[in-house]
Design a protein around this ligand. Structure first.
Ligand code: BTN
Length: 237
């Protein structure tokens, strides 16, 4: 992928923020391009997909958002999140469940969210947020059955800054995500989607059969095969 920051000053770390994602959307809308990567040691209003909260306790998680100015008006913005999820999976040796949940031993360790705010010249600038549970040992009751962290899965914890550095390095080696085919071979090494149950836009449950060469998910619902674009999973709440 194109480098997503130009100078070290474009990468900013803060102690605490409401949400790096919300803040980077504000930055894009303001027309500023001085910050491209924002990390925070803690988030007080972290946002997950589908309007869920994202638990981000101080120093125990990676919480960062990237404004991809170089990818303004990109034709397939959903592939950018898939590419960054792939970079995270490669650099931290994780699995990926379509479209870009980060998984270890069947538990959710992290995830990716995407927004498409408009800058003042009406370009849609992809803002990709990544959250990874590093040293978290206790989760809120509503997610404690499904969530886990590197430490709880027996891995060494990482400092959030070090985890981000590893991911940023890996991003620069990911092929340009013009089509899913450019990611597919690398992606399939980490993919654990097949057989997983997905809640479809109409509320039904479907069993994943395949991640197709266009990046769409093929699911079986009541014996019928249907295909869903990841954009729907991202933006369809
Ligand atoms: C998901 O629901 O799987 C996506 C979670 C994304 C969380 C990250 S943490 C950094 C960035 N800031 C947020 O408020 N959300 C994303």
């Amino acid at each position: 992928m194109r480098p997503i920051w130009n100078r070290e000053e474009n990468i900013v770390w803060v102690e605490s923020i409401d949400s790096t994602q919300t803040e980077m959307c504000r930055v894009v809308k303001s027309g500023s391009t001085s910050v491209t990567v924002l990390g925070s040691l803690e988030q007080t209003c972290g946002r997950g997909r589908f309007g869920r909260d994202w638990y981000s306790p101080a120093g125990k998680c990676l919480a960062a958002s990237f404004a991809l100015f170089e990818y303004a008006d990109w034709e397939r913005p959903e592939l950018l999140g898939m590419a960054i999820g792939l970079a995270a999976a490669q650099s931290l040796d994780l699995e990926i469940a379509w479209p870009n949940d980060l998984v270890l031993n069947g538990k959710k360790i992290g995830g990716i969210i995407a927004d498409l705010p408009k800058n003042p010249i009406d370009q849609l600038v992809p803002v990709i947020g990544i959250g990874i549970n590093l040293g978290i040992t206790e989760f809120p009751s509503e997610i404690k059955e499904t969530a886990s962290s590197l430490v709880l899965e027996g891995r060494k914890s990482l400092r959030p800054e070090d985890a981000l550095d590893l991911i940023l390095d890996a991003i620069s080696d990911i092929p340009e995500p013009r089509s899913f085919q450019s990611l597919q071979t690398l992606w399939s090494v980490h993919d654990v989607s097949i057989g997983k149950m997905y809640k479809l836009p109409n509320g039904e449950l479907g069993k994943a059969v395949e991640v197709a060469s266009n990046g769409f998910l093929t699911v079986e619902v009541n014996g019928l095969i249907q295909t869903f674009p990841s954009a729907e999973a991202w933006f369809g709440n």
